[in-house]
Every structure is written in structure tokens, then in C-alpha cells.
Design a protein around this ligand. Structure first.
Ligand code: MRU
Length: 345
């Protein structure tokens, strides 16, 4: 697939494949400033928890470049980082990445701006590369859960596009396919931003993995007819007790999977696990603009004056999750203990 996150040293700019207009157009969105990066995150030019983390790391480098021209560059930088960190509230990879960059700054002490810039850019590139390696490791653990001939349902896009590459949930599928297993995928369309219909279908189709798009509300019928053997989804934040917050609708898919006895797995790196947040109900849920629900493209589909709900995520309780696939292996319930062990091991 086209490199969807690239940093250009020559232009000192972050080049993002604009996910808002996929699959019909492949265009690059260029970020040179903090405001560009915040805009790209908020409007979902780039989205998906690990991709948000990598973007934030490069965003710190852009924030520093911008602040360097100020007399008090440290204060200007701090203000830029705060803005960046607040761009979206749910995916914990955003604050995780900014925190890592801040920690490196502290480690370097009273450093000159140009030296910090060098150190940060190196670290951002490292995080970018590490994310792909992490996903590959996660993929090889997760692929063991998938049998030859399975049809796997997924919700939203937790693929290469949502990460630095390979993907989390789709990484499991790509790795199973690489092992020679014949896998089909059902991509739930994922209203309202249509990450499933537009992005999951785009990247799986491009990779030659058979994929069928289904309306979100077809899930029960597909499961009842025996058309789904496994569900694998990603996560934006996992609480200390294993509750997993992912794209709105995931909770419903998990409940249906339980009803029909279908294993439901979450695939996410340890950077998505927030041990400081006890349960899924403590995770902030992003409330996005009504326009995503009231319009499809430029066409209005709801009457003027009627309010809508547009919560972007929901928490799936740990008891509905058969396993959490991480780069350290597949974690099993009780998650409090297995998560602790994964961080310590
Ligand atoms: O609003 P989005 O598109 O950023 O939400 C993304 C998801 O919910 C993904 O499923 C999740 O981040 C996992 S990405 C590997």
C-alpha cells in the first residue's frame, strides 16, 4: 500500500494519505505546524489509535520547529504540545506518544532546541518503525487463533491505515493469510465515518484478501446464518480491567457474538492499554460533530432541527472478550492480572 505516514526531512513536513477521501481518491495532506497536525487528527485525515500515536510523535517535532523562532521557545513548545495532546480524547496512544517525547526532553535536561529537534525526530522515526514490528508480532500471535477457512468479522478499520503498517485486527488476518490460511473478511460498514466500507474494504481488497462489506445492522443475521466464525477488532483504549473501548457499535457486535457463541477478540499493542484507567466506563468517549450523522457527503439525510447522537466509541466489557492479542502474546481473563504480567514481563 502507498506509504500513508511519511516524514519528509527536506520539507520538514509530515505527509499523510488523506483518509477522508479514500477509497475514491489518494491524495496527500501536508502538516507543517501544530495546527495542521491537530486539524489532521480532528478531521480524521489520519485516524486509528496507533497511527494517531505516530502522528503525534511527528507532531511534537513540528511543534518544536514552530516554537524555535520564539524567544521563550520552551513555553511556546509546552503550549503546542498541550494543544496536540487534546486533539482527540479517546485513543490513549495520543497522550502516550506526547508523554514519551516529553520524557525524552526531560532526560536531555537543559538542551538546546536544535539538539532536542534531532533527538525527537530520531525518536519519532523509531516509534514509527517499532509500531510496524509490534503489529507483526501481534499478527503472528493472533494468527494462531484463526483457522483455515474462517470468515472473520471486523468493525471499523484496525488495519495498516490505522497504524504505521500491517494493522492490529487486520494484522492478525494478514498474518493468517501469510501462513497460507484461506480467510474471508466481513467488514462492517461502520457508520457514520464508514471506516469499514471505505478503509477496511480498500486495504484488504488492494492486498487481495477476500472482503465483503455488510451494513452494521446485518450483523445478527450474518451470525445467525453461520456466516461468521470469529470476530477480531482493534481498540482505542483498554482499561486496567480489560474493558476495551473501540469504535461505536463494537459493544453490540460483542454482545451478538456472545449470543451466537462466536469468539470475540481484541487486537491492540500495549501502548493502547491504559493501566491508570480502572474500567471502560472511566474512559472518555469522543462526541463528534452531528454533521457526520446528518449528512452523507454533501447530502443531508435527516430533517432540519432534529438532534442526533454521534458518540464515536463504546466500551466492550472484558467478560465479552475471549482474548486480547498483544505483542507479548494473547492475554486471557482475568485481565487485570494478565495485563500486569504483560507489562512486567
Ligand atoms: O475514530 P477512529 O477511526 O480513529 O477510530 C478507530 C478505531 O476505533 C479503531 O478500531 C481502533 O483505533 C483500532 S486501530 C488499530
Amino acid at each position: 500500500m502507498t506509504e500513508h505516514i511519511q516524514f519528509s526531512d527536506d520539507q520538514y513536513a509530515l505527509l499523510l494519505l488523506d483518509q477522508r477521501i479514500l477509497p475514491t481518491r489518494e491524495e496527500t495532506f501536508v502538516c507543517r505546524t501544530t495546527d495542521d497536525t491537530v486539524y489532521a487528527l480532528q478531521t480524521m485525515v489520519v485516524r486509528g489509535a496507533p497511527a494517531i500515536g505516530v502522528t503525534a510523535a511527528y507532531g511534537c517535532c513540528l511543534a518544536l520547529r514552530e516554537a524555535r523562532s520564539q524567544d521563550d521557545w520552551r513555553s511556546a513548545l509546552a503550549a503546542n504540545l498541550d494543544k496536540l495532546e487534546r486533539a482527540r480524547p479517546t485513543a490513549v496512544n495520543l497522550s502516550w506518544a506526547v508523554r514519551l517525547m516529553r520524557a525524552l526532553h526531560e532526560e536531555l535536561g537543559d538542551v538546546r532546541a536544535e539538539d532536542l529537534a534531532k533527538a525527537w525526530l530520531t525518536r519519532a522515526k523509531q516509534l514509527h518503525a517499532e509500531d510496524i514490528e509490534t503489529n507483526r508480532r501481534m499478527g503472528s500471535f493472533g494468527a494462531e487463533l484463526i483457522e483455515d477457512g474462517d470468515t472473520v468479522m471486523t468493525h471499523c478499520n484496525a488495519g495498516a491505515l490505522a497504524t504505521a503498517g500491517h494493522g492490529t485486527a487486520l494484522g492478525v488476518i494478514y498474518s493468517a493469510v501469510e501462513q497460507g490460511k484461506k480467510i474471508k473478511v466481513i467488514a462492517n460498514e461502520t457508520r457514520p465515518f464508514l471506516q469499514g466500507a471505505r478503509l477496511t474494504a480498500y486495504e484488504l481488497h488492494k492486498a487481495g484478501v477476500p472482503v465483503t462489506v455488510a451494513c452494521d445492522n446485518a450483523c445478527a443475521l450474518l451470525m445467525k446464518r453461520g456466516m461468521v466464525q470469529k470476530v477480531v477488532v482493534g481498540a482505542d483504549r483498554i482499561a486496567a480491567n480489560g474493558d476495551a473501548v473501540n469504535k461505536i457499535g463494537t459493544f453490540g457486535v460483542a454482545l451478538l457474538a456472545k449470543h451466537f457463541g462466536i469468539p470475540f477478540y481484541v487486537a491492540a499493542p500495549l501502548s493502547t492499554i491504559d493501566r491508570d484507567t480502572p474500567t471502560g466506563d472511566d474512559i472518555p468517549i469522543e462526541d463528534r460533530t452531528p454533521r457526520e450523522v446528518t449528512h452523507v457527503g454533501d447530502t443531508q439525510i435527516t430533517p432540519d432541527g432534529v438532534p442526533v447522537y454521534n458518540f464515536a466509541f463504546d466500551p466492550t466489557p472484558a467478560e465479552l472478550i475471549h482474548g486480547i492479542v498483544t505483542e507479548k502474546g494473547v492475554l486471557r481473563a482475568p485481565y487485570e492480572a494478565s495485563i500486569k504480567k504483560a507489562f512486567e514481563g
